[in-house]
Design a protein around this ligand. Structure first.
Ligand SMILES: [Zn+2]
Length: 237
């Protein structure tokens, strides 16, 4: 590894360690204009099937906490973007078949289903890693013109989270409608396939730590706000 790359990786590590914390309310995120969007917190990425990941499962608890904080702060708009694949999904040429419509893999994780305000959440199905292509997302957003702040949680940092955050930011840029897109780093993650395991199972390696951090950085590079996470009260760390 050359010196320039080493220098950048050291910078990147410092950048990630020093991300700011956010809060709702005065001086923080304006709850009246905010939507919370969770992507792919379904059984098929947490507990069941070929793409289930323990790292992804571990973000369920912080995501549930963030949902509860947002709800008690007064956030009124929630959407769950979820894989719900047709049997012949073209995506299955890149990833093993997963989250087929109507199966338990495609169900929202029970921890989110159990929230008392689950009924107000819109479930928006998708058939690719892009939440805005051939889905109901743009219509859902158009029905909520007051929303200009979107908090994105879920998985995977480098796949669906990245595509969703970029879609929201680029859509805003294209229509000249300024928005804040916020990604709390403690509420997103990705799966891990080390090089030796990849060779054994015939998959491509997927170093979780590296790709998680790189894609957070890449989102920040595009004007997406990457925060360490949300504090429950103003001033609390
Ligand atoms: Zn999928």
């Amino acid at each position: 590894m050359d010196e320039e790359m080493k220098g950048f990786l050291a910078y990147l590590s410092g950048w990630e360690s020093n991300l700011p914390r956010y809060h709702f309310g005065t001086g923080g995120v304006d709850v009246a204009r905010t939507a919370l969007l969770s992507v792919d917190l379904v059984n098929g990425f947490c507990t069941e099937g070929p793409l289930a990941s323990s790292r992804v499962k571990n973000i369920i608890a912080p995501v549930v906490r963030l949902f509860e904080q947002a709800w008690s702060a007064g956030v009124g708009h929630y959407a769950l973007l979820q894989d719900s694949h047709e049997d012949s999904a073209l995506e299955f040429s890149a990833f093993p078949p997963h989250c087929r419509a109507g199966t338990s893999q495609a169900d929202t994780v029970p921890e989110i289903r159990g929230l008392p305000f689950f009924q107000v959440m819109a479930v928006i199905r998708k058939n690719t890693i892009h939440s805005g292509l051939n889905t109901g997302l743009d219509a859902w957003l158009s029905q909520r013109p007051e929303v200009d702040t979107m908090i994105i949680v879920g998985d995977c940092t480098d796949l669906c989270v990245y595509q969703l955050a970029m879609h929201l930011k680029l859509r805003a840029n294209a229509y000249h409608h300024p928005v804040r897109v916020i990604v709390p780093a403690d509420c997103v993650d990705t799966y891990d396939i080390p090089v030796d395991m990849a060779a054994r199972i015939g998959a491509m390696p997927h170093p979780a730590e590296l790709l998680h951090t790189f894609f957070l950085y890449h989102m920040a590079l595009n004007g997406i706000e990457v925060t360490a996470g949300f504090s429950s009260a103003e001033g609390e760390i």
